[in-house]
Ligand binder design. Structure first.
Ligand code: NAD
Length: 275
């Protein structure tokens, strides 16, 4: 069938929009911004640049102002609300707030982890029952709780992205109980992907190389990790927030339409090395 010049122009414009703003019209919920160094902030910026409208959580009063200030860079009316993911009642309240702002959610970023500081020093053998419980509750179970709550609003399908680290798979000294929690997180990604596939909701993890953030500085010997990656990763450098943002957009957009249940590495190639 012959196309008029106008039709072709329209198609071109639609194509250009899809390429430059692949998340246009999407609504995303972002968990885990603490400050401008947060991985969640890096991915949120990329999602917003790609056209998504975002709603943010903050963990508690201590972080409220920071998150409000950052969120306001996308417009003064960007919704922000408290949610401590270790509290079911907070998750219910947060998603009630979300329902008041939008009838549909397409994207969820879960960029949240915590383990008591003493569990990230010394040996894994000394991990207390309580530190093990807290690390798994906040760093792994919360993905299940948040995804369940969000999935009720993901009527058009969508994409859930969480953040992991190589310590899930291999022993990284001092990462300790967080590595075990990340293994639970990555397994949860696979089971959630299976449960939610029929609803066209995809669930994936990005396994990031070390990034100098608030959470990372809680890991004993963290700066040595940065140097180690620079010396040993194939790309001979550390990764950037922009690179995590680009992977976040890929997973959230149609580029990743056939990808679910996976852990994708953005780590300068470090994880392929045997020595
Ligand atoms: P960050 O400190 O900026 O972010 C961690 C976030 O978790 C904070 O916003 C904090 O408020 C939130 N959080 C902790 N407990 C919470 C709770 N009970 N309820 C709600 N929110 C809670 O640090 P980050 O490095 O950006 O961490 C984000 C994610 O990336 C984490 O899952 C982390 O394990 C993962 N990750 C980080 C690195 C790294 O080197 N920084 C590498 C790989 C993966």
């Amino acid at each position: 069938m012959a196309h008029s010049g106008r039709d072709i122009g329209g198609t071109k414009r639609a194509l250009w929009r899809a390429m430059s703003k692949p998340l246009e019209g999407k609504v995303g919920v972002v968990f885990g911004v603490a400050n401008k160094r947060s991985i969640a902030w890096g991915i949120a910026q990329a999602w917003a640049q790609a056209g998504a409208k975002l709603i943010f959580n903050y963990q508690g009063e201590r972080l409220k102002e920071n998150v409000e200030e950052l969120a306001a860079t996308f417009g003064a009316d960007t919704p922000v609300a408290p949610c401590d993911v270790s509290r079911d009642e907070d998750i219910v309240k947060f998603f009630d707030f979300v329902k008041g702002k939008t009838s549909r959610v397409d994207l969820v970023l879960h960029s949240v982890a915590f383990a008591p500081k003493e569990a990230l020093e010394g040996s894994f053998l000394d991990t207390s029952r309580e530190a093990f419980r807290v690390a798994h509750d906040i760093s792994a179970y919360s993905l299940v709780a948040v995804t369940r709550a969000a999935s009720g609003l993901m009527s058009g399908g969508g994409s859930v992205v969480t953040m992991s680290y190589y310590g899930a798979e291999k022993v990284v000294p001092h990462y300790n109980v967080m590595g075990v929690a990340k293994a639970a997180l990555e397994a949860s990604v696979r089971y959630l992907a299976y449960d939610l596939g029929p609803k066209k909701i995809r669930v994936n993890a990005i396994s990031a190389g070390p990034v100098n953030t608030l959470a990372a500085r809680g890991i004993s010997g963290f700066s040595a990790m940065l140097t180690h990656y620079e010396q040993h990763a194939p790309l001979k450098r550390n990764i950037t927030l922009e690179e995590l943002g680009a992977m976040g957009v890929f997973l959230a957009s149609d580029g990743g339409a056939g990808v679910t249940g996976q852990t994708l590495y953005v780590d300068s190639g470090y994880s392929v090395m045997g020595m």
